[in-house]
Design a protein around this ligand. Structure first.
Ligand SMILES: [Zn+2]
Length: 155
């Protein structure tokens, strides 16, 4: 995986955007009830780009690594940051959309009891989040997401 991929830290009201950024394979953290002061410290320490909808943060950011998100709709928000994203399909679904942790490949046999039978029978590449236990596979949800991503970035 490239070391050049941008990393992000988002303010609390951008939770849906955070999920979509993770889905594209990017590291995106979001902390609840964090002060902007602490958010800035984490951003500086981890070299993260701050994403916020709050204009007043721009004044206090003391960094150019901040992007003011204008839209209230998460897919339009995603489009707003396209300049700092490189879309690589092999990165999609490599990260848990809830925990932001990298996913690990797991054999179908190990998760057979955890997914519906037709899923187990029709898929072979399963991934798991070791933090929350969520299991991912490239099913209809994945195809739908892929279509949405293409629609967002082709317009
Ligand atoms: Zn997880």
């Amino acid at each position: 995986m490239s070391a050049k991929l941008a990393r992000f830290i988002l303010t609390e009201n951008l939770n849906r955007l955070a999920k979509w950024i993770r889905l594209l394979g990017y590291d995106a953290v979001l902390y609840k009830s964090i002060s902007f002061h602490n958010l800035k410290r984490i951003a500086a320490k981890d070299r993260r780009i701050i994403l916020t909808r709050d204009r007043k943060h721009l004044i206090y950011a003391e960094t150019d690594k901040i992007i003011l998100i204008k839209s209230t709709e998460h897919l339009k928000q995603l489009k707003e940051i396209e300049d700092v994203l490189v879309l690589r399909e092999e990165l999609f679904f490599t990260r848990c959309i809830l925990c932001n942790k990298l996913l690990y490949a797991i054999s179908g046999a190990k998760i057979k009891h955890l997914v519906p039978e037709y899923i187990y029978k029709n898929h072979s590449n399963f991934k798991v989040c070791r933090k929350c236990g969520r299991i991912y596979w490239r099913g209809t949800h994945y195809q739908k997401m892929l279509k949405t991503v293409k629609e967002v970035f082709n317009n």
